[in-house]
Ligand binder design. Structure first.
Ligand code: 0RA
Length: 654
């Protein structure tokens, strides 16, 4: 065969044949969670990602530049792209249109052959047929070869064969779907969640325009709510976005892009004046929260390269203590994105890359490129080494402070903080601790609680802003030390300071209770920032909650009701005075916990039978990181804007 013939034959294969028949869609409808994770909010949004990922694949193949998402008024979704269009020719084995096979056969997605591996793909890589299986109604329109093809499906089954419904001068695929409300427990799409994912995809795949329009909502000017994302410089732009409110140390982020052992690797990194390490890693556009071999390769390459350079530069000559791996990552924001043909995902949430060959590839890539960068940019190199020296010095100071704390704890008997009102139960699973703003509210909570299983730890005023403080300050802050000791978490040794020792954790519900005002929400944010940066595992395990005290007490005669929203209050007033003229109604607006007595606090906010606890979850660590650095950073305007937009606070579970 000539080269041209080979290409032709490969193309033919690619078009319609090589799709394997694996499983029917019934399996998906029977056990949806197995395929898309869950059937609540997350799974619902996953459907959109699955469809968008197919268009992203088409863009990565070089044939698509625009992807648009619409949320319709009935929470149906349209995803449209300007790619080549899903092939519509007859698939020989199945004897039906390839389009129908893609839509109705599990795993048939983009795996037309091995040569064209699917680089993006949802977390579970299940393909668009799953979306079809879990939708009450789907319509796909394909423009290609001058024609418009169409097929629709009910509950995954084609209504009729693929048909031509017109002619076309463009190419592309449009998928409209309505999630099956008999399957999903949540059916309302969240514009912000979808926007965040599209923004992330735009940064991870430069040059693609991703647009989302929400037909359910208008902005102030009467236009439909819409966001459009496009990144010219990819990960570099991503870093600038994440670090918008941090003070950067180099004028431009360092970028590394190339391929090693057949693995495409892309990295961008920038140092800033903070002390936090912000590494975000992706495999095939999926955020690997738990890291894995690509991240290890990055760490190794970074440490070795910077260490070599620092030693050769002579700048370490006067340093009286050694430098360790952490020191190279303090104040570092970095994004590592790799594409792996057959990724193995491991870990609790299946977001840890296991492929061992990736480690060396990333390590080598970093070593080579970063060595070059340092040679070519001596000024920036010096800045980095100075930052590393600062980190090592601070770590040294932190160790001294920590040792002091540990010695004191050993001396003081039980080691529990004096301000803690502990519960009598000892089984951590049964136990709760309320972190309460202020001594006076703490006192009320102490009177109101069920002392059998509820402990109270009052915190005085604003706790340390860990986003801005030097690391060793943590061990000097009385409030933070109290949190550590009350929870039973030892402040780790240096090596394992990032991994918490949770065996001795004394409570499995850690509840933040602050006033329902701006100050209170700021304090809750400070506490959450601390948990996010230093006790992330507690959040991951689902142990951290926010209490929701009521906003109003509405009284009429002997009757009294609590209300949590203005709507609830108005509805209640309407039922209490049907004629609208009843003057016997008294409304009390609670500004702080202090305005409630112990019984009221118990009855509204602490009694497990009636209270509402908001569990703190971090689905999108990258966005959470940006939000925390913004909320707790120096710049006031973005913080004000965020707090105004999220006035009732706490939308960190994006
Ligand atoms: C495989 C082959 C070809 C197109 C696609 C996949 C494709 C799939 C999707 C899913 C959403 N949008 C898409 N766009 C394209 C075309 C092969 C050819 O035309 O030669």
């Amino acid at each position: 065969m000539t080269e041209e013939e080979k290409n032709l034959s490969a193309k033919e294969n690619y078009n319609a044949d090589n799709i394997q028949v694996l499983e029917g869609l019934e399996a998906v409808r029977k056990r949806p969670a197995m395929y898309i994770g869950d059937i609540s909010k997350r799974g619902l949004h996953h459907l959109v990602y699955e469809v968008v990922d197919n268009s992203i694949d088409e863009a990565l193949a070089g044939y698509c530049s625009e992807i648009e998402v619409f949320i319709h008024t009935d929470n149906a979704i349209t995803v449209t792209d300007n790619g080549r269009g899903i092939p519509t020719g007859i698939h020989e084995k199945e004897n039906k249109s390839a389009l129908e096979v893609v839509m109705t056969v599990l795993h048939a997605g983009g795996k037309f052959d091995k040569g064209s591996y699917k680089v993006s793909g949802g977390l579970h890589g299940v393909g668009v047929s799953c979306v079809n299986a879990l939708s009450s109604h789907v319509k796909v329109t394909v423009n290609r070869e001058g024609q418009t093809f169409f097929q629709e499906y009910h509950f995954g089954k084609p209504v009729e064969a693929v048909k031509v419904i017109g002619s076309s001068t463009t190419t592309g695929t449009t998928t409209w779907f309505k999630p099956d409300d008999g399957i999903f427990t949540e059916t309302v799409y969240d514009f912000d969640i979808l926007s965040n994912r599209l923004r992330e995809l735009a940064f991870l795949n430069k040059g693609i325009r991703l647009t989302i329009t929400d037909e359910r909502a208008m902005d102030e000017e009467g236009n439909l709510l819409s966001n459009s994302f496009f990144s010219e410089e990819g990960l570099k732009d991503f870093i600038d976005y994440l670090d918008a409110t941090r003070e950067k140390l180099m004028p431009d982020a360092i970028t590394i892009e190339g391929e090693k052992s057949g693995i495409p690797v892309e990295v961008a990194m920038q140092y800033n004046t903070s002390f936090a390490e912000n590494l975000h890693s992706y495999v095939n556009n999926i955020n690997t929260h738990e890291g894995g071999t690509h991240l290890s390769g990055f760490r190794r390459g970074l440490t070795r390269t910077l260490k070599n350079y620092a030693e050769r530069s002579g700048m370490l000559a006067k340093l009286k203590f050694d430098i360790n791996g952490d020191d190279f990552r303090e104040g570092l924001t970095a994004i590592i994105s790799v594409k792996v043909a057959e990724p193995q995902f491991e870990g609790q949430t299946k977001t840890k890359l296991g492929n061992s060959e990736v480690m060396g590839a990333v390590d080598q890539m970093i070593s080579e490129s970063l060595t070059n960068y340092l040679e070519e940019n001596p000024k920036e190199a010096k800045t980095i080494v100075n930052k590393v020296i600062l980190a090592a010095t601070a770590r040294h100071a932190a160790r001294k402070a920590r040792e002091l704390v540990q010695r004191k704890n050993v001396l003081s008997g039980s080691g529990l903080p004096g301000k803690l009102s502990d519960c009598s139960e000892r089984d951590p699973e049964q136990c709760e601790i309320y972190l309460v703003e202020g001594d006076s509210a703490g006192g009320t909570a102490k009177q109101g609680r069920d002392r059998r299983f509820q402990a109270i730890l009052p915190l005085r005023g604003k706790i340390l802003n860990v986003e801005k403080a030097m690391p060793h300050k943590i061990f000097e802050s009385e409030e933070i030390k109290n949190i550590y000791t009350a929870l039973g978490i030892t402040i780790g040794t240096e090596e394992d300071s990032k991994a918490l020792n949770l065996e001795r954790l004394r409570y499995h519900k850690i509840i933040i209770m602050t006033d329902a005002d701006v100050d209170g929400s700021h304090i809750a944010t400070l506490i959450l920032t601390f948990f996010f940066r230093h006790m992330n595992e507690l959040i991951e395990k689902g142990y951290v909650y926010i209490a929701t005290p009521p906003f109003y007490l509405v009284k009429k005669g002997k009757e009294q009701h609590y209300c949590w929203t203005d709507e609830e209050r108005d509805a209640l007033i309407a039922t209490l005075s049907p004629n609208g003229k009843d003057s016997g109604i008294h409304i009390q607006r609670y500004k702080g916990l202090g305005e409630m007595n112990a019984e009221q606090l118990w009855a509204t906010t602490m009694d497990p039978e009636v209270r509402t606890l908001r569990q703190v979850t971090i689905e999108n660590g990258t966005e959470a990181d940006r939000v925390f650095s913004m909320l707790m950073g120096d710049e006031v305007p973005p913080r004000r804007e965020f707090i105004e937009q999220n006035a009732k606070y706490a939308n960190i579970d994006t």
